[in-house]
Ligand binder design. Structure first.
Ligand code: TXA
Ligand code: MG
Length: 348
C-alpha cells in the first residue's frame, strides 16, 4: 500500500481533510496529529475498520481503543449513560488531553472496545484532529500510531517509521505539543479513578470532581494487582537497549551514572545517557542526550519518546536515565519512563 503524506503544519487544509475524511468513511486508516501523541484513526463505529487498526499495530485484540469526538453532543450516541461528572470534566478540560471511560451504547462495536461494555471517549484540542473527526463521520477510534510496544509517535516522521506502507494516509501537523498520552479517568465504577496519568493530573481532576483515586494497579509493587486499563499491563515504549533509571540525590546520580559508564566502557560497550540541559555536561564517556530543562517540565514530556526513538537508531547496549519527578506531569513522565525501563530502577 502507498501511504500518502498530507502536510498541515500551518493548520487545516480543507481539501486534504476531505480526502482524509473520505478514507475514514470508506473504512481506511489515517494517522493524525493530536496535542498528546499521533493517533492511528479509523471509523470507530465500523468493526471492520477498527479491526484494521489492530493488525496495522500488531496490537492484542483485548486492548480497547479510544473513540475521539469533536463535539460534546456526539457523546450521547456512544455512551449509554453520561454521568454529571462527565459534563463537569468536559467543561473544564475538553477539548484537551483527557479521556473518560463510560458505559458504552450498542452503537459501539465490541471490536472497538476490546470486548468491554465500556467505551473510552476523548475530544482532542488539536484543530486538525477535530476537523478530521468531523470529516470522517464524527467518531474516530485512535490508539497511538506506533507499532505495538514501540515508543508513541510525537511527529509524523515517527509515524512513518512504523506505519509507512501499512496505512492509507499520514497527516503531518508538526510535533505534538505535550508528547505524552492523555490522562484516562474511569467514571463507570464508584469513585472516579485515574487509569493512566497524563498532563491533567490528580490535583486538577480533584479540583473538579472532589473525590478521585489512582488505580492501585498503577502504583502497587505487587504484580498480582493488574491495572484496570488493559493497555497498561503491557510492556510499552520499550527501547531496544536495556534502560535503567538512576534515582536519588542529584550529585550522587551523576557520579553513579559516570561510574557505570566507565564499567561498560571497560568491556567495550557503548552507553547512552538521558540527562537534562542542566546536567549534560557532567557526563563522560557516553552518548549524552538532553531531554529538556528541569526548569520547564513541558520540555521533558515533549522529548521523552523522541529520545527513546533516537537511541533506537544508535548502537548503544544500555541507557541510563535520570529520574524526572516534576510538579505537574512528574507522575505521567515517570509512569512512561518506568514502563520503558521494565521497572529497572537503580537507587543511589
Ligand atoms: O492521548 C491519547 O490518548 C492518544 C491519542 C491518539 O488520543 N491515544 C492513546 O491510545 O494513547 P492508546 O490506544 O495508545 O491507549 C489507550 C489506553 C490503553 O491503555 C487502553 O487499554 C485504555 O486506553 N482503554 C481504552 N478503552 C478502555 C476502556 N473501555 N476501559 C479501560 N481502559 C481503556
Ligand atoms: Mg499507545
Amino acid at each position: 500500500m502507498k501511504t500518502v503524506m498530507e502536510v498541515m503544519r500551518d493548520g487545516i487544509d480543507e481539501q486534504g481533510i476531505r480526502r482524509a475524511g473520505d478514507i475514514l468513511k470508506q473504512g481506511g486508516l489515517v494517522a493524525f496529529p493530536t496535542e498528546t501523541v499521533y493517533g492511528l484513526g479509523a471509523n470507530a463505529l465500523d468493526e471492520t475498520a477498527s479491526a484494521k487498526i489492530y493488525s496495522a499495530k500488531g496490537r492484542p485484540s483485548d486492548n480497547p481503543l479510544i473513540v475521539h469526538i469533536a463535539d460534546w453532543e456526539a457523546i450521547y450516541r456512544i455512551a449509554a449513560e453520561v454521568p454529571v461528572q462527565a459534563k463537569r470534566l468536559a467543561d473544564a478540560f475538553w477539548p484537551g488531553p483527557l479521556t473518560m471511560i463510560l458505559k458504552k451504547s450498542d452503537e459501539v462495536p465490541l471490536a472497538t472496545t476490546g470486548g468491554l461494555d465500556t467505551v473510552a471517549v476523548r475530544m482532542p484540542a488539536n484543530e486538525v484532529a477535530r476537523a478530521l473527526i468531523r470529516a470522517g463521520g464524527g467518531y474516530v477510534a485512535a490508539p497511538s500510531a506506533n507499532t505495538s510496544g514501540r515508543p508513541s509517535p510525537t511527529t509524523a516522521q515517527h509515524v512513518a517509521q512504523d506505519m509507512d506502507g501499512v496505512i492509507d494516509m499520514i497527516i503531518d501537523g508538526g510535533a505534538a505539543d505535550i508528547g505524552l498520552e492523555s490522562t484516562i479517568v474511569d467514571l463507570t465504577d464508584g469513585v472516579p479513578t485515574i487509569l493512566r496519568p497524563g498532563y491533567i493530573n490528580e490535583a486538577m481532576l480533584a479540583a473538579v470532581l472532589g473525590d478521585v483515586e489512582m488505580d492501585r494497579g498503577l502504583t502497587a509493587d505487587d504484580a498480582q494487582i493488574h491495572p484496570k486499563a488493559p493497555g497498561m499491563k503491557y510492556r510499552h515504549y520499550a527501547p531496544k537497549a536495556q534502560l535503567y533509571i538512576v534515582e536519588g540525590e542529584t550529585d550522587l546520580v551523576r557520579e553513579r551514572i559516570n561510574e557505570l559508564t566507565a564499567q561498560h566502557a571497560a568491556r567495550g560497550e557503548s552507553v547512552g545517557v538521558i540527562g537534562t540541559d542542566e546536567s549534560s555536561a557532567c557526563y563522560h564517556g557516553s552518548i549524552v542526550k538532553s531531554i529538556g530543562s528541569r526548569e520547564d517540565e513541558g520540555s521533558i514530556a515533549h522529548h521523552l519518546y523522541a529520545i527513546l526513538r533516537e537511541f533506537d537508531e544508535m548502537d548503544v547496549s544500555v541507557i541510563y536515565s535520570e529520574s524526572f519527578d516534576t510538579p505537574q506531569m512528574g507522575q505521567a513522565i515517570m509512569n512512561r519512563l518506568i514502563k520503558a525501563a521494565g521497572h529497572q530502577i537503580i537507587p543511589v
